[in-house]
Design a protein around this ligand. Structure first.
Ligand SMILES: [Zn+2]
Length: 149
């Protein structure tokens, strides 16, 4: 359910809504087109290569390198209480990019473009609605996964 990503919900239902369910269970999932095997992260229901609409979820490692990063002082709606914070854009090993916050394992003064990071799924458990996000951590960081699969 995409409402788990935050207060503002632009897409209440999509064909890739299961993505958030997988994240909640601790799995980073990309998509693979069943027709041409094109892989994408975040997952896409419609293939940009062959325009096929048949896809499957495939787990990705979450390993990547920092493409760029920035410190946010003027936060967007819903995140005002958290500023200032640092976010990075990561080039994923399996192709694709994502934007995420830096986690506690990487001090701000050690952040560098090109450094290796591990993307880790997180859940805000202290809020009423479950919220999923991810953070950037040291390579080799492990995290809990649901054992119900
Ligand atoms: Zn395709």
């Amino acid at each position: 359910m995409f409402k788990w990503f935050g207060k503002v919900n632009y897409s209440p239902y999509t064909k890739v809504a299961e993505f958030a369910d997988h994240l909640k269970d601790g799995f980073l999932m990309g998509s693979r087109c069943k027709a041409c095997s094109y892989r994408s992260f975040p997952p896409r229901a419609d293939c940009p290569e062959c325009l096929g609409a048949d896809f499957e979820f495939v787990e990705i490692s979450g390993k990547g390198t920092v493409h760029t990063f920035t410190k946010i002082f003027a936060a967007p709606s819903g995140f005002e209480d958290l500023a200032p914070y640092t976010v990075g854009v990561v080039d994923l090993e399996e192709s694709g990019r994502l934007l995420a916050w830096f986690g506690e394992s990487i001090p701000e003064d050690r952040i560098r473009i090109g450094m290796e990071v591990q993307v880790v799924p997180r859940i805000f458990e202290e809020v009423e609605e479950i919220k999923v996000y991810y953070s950037l951590e040291q390579p080799g960081t492990t995290w809990a996964r649901s054992s119900s699969r």
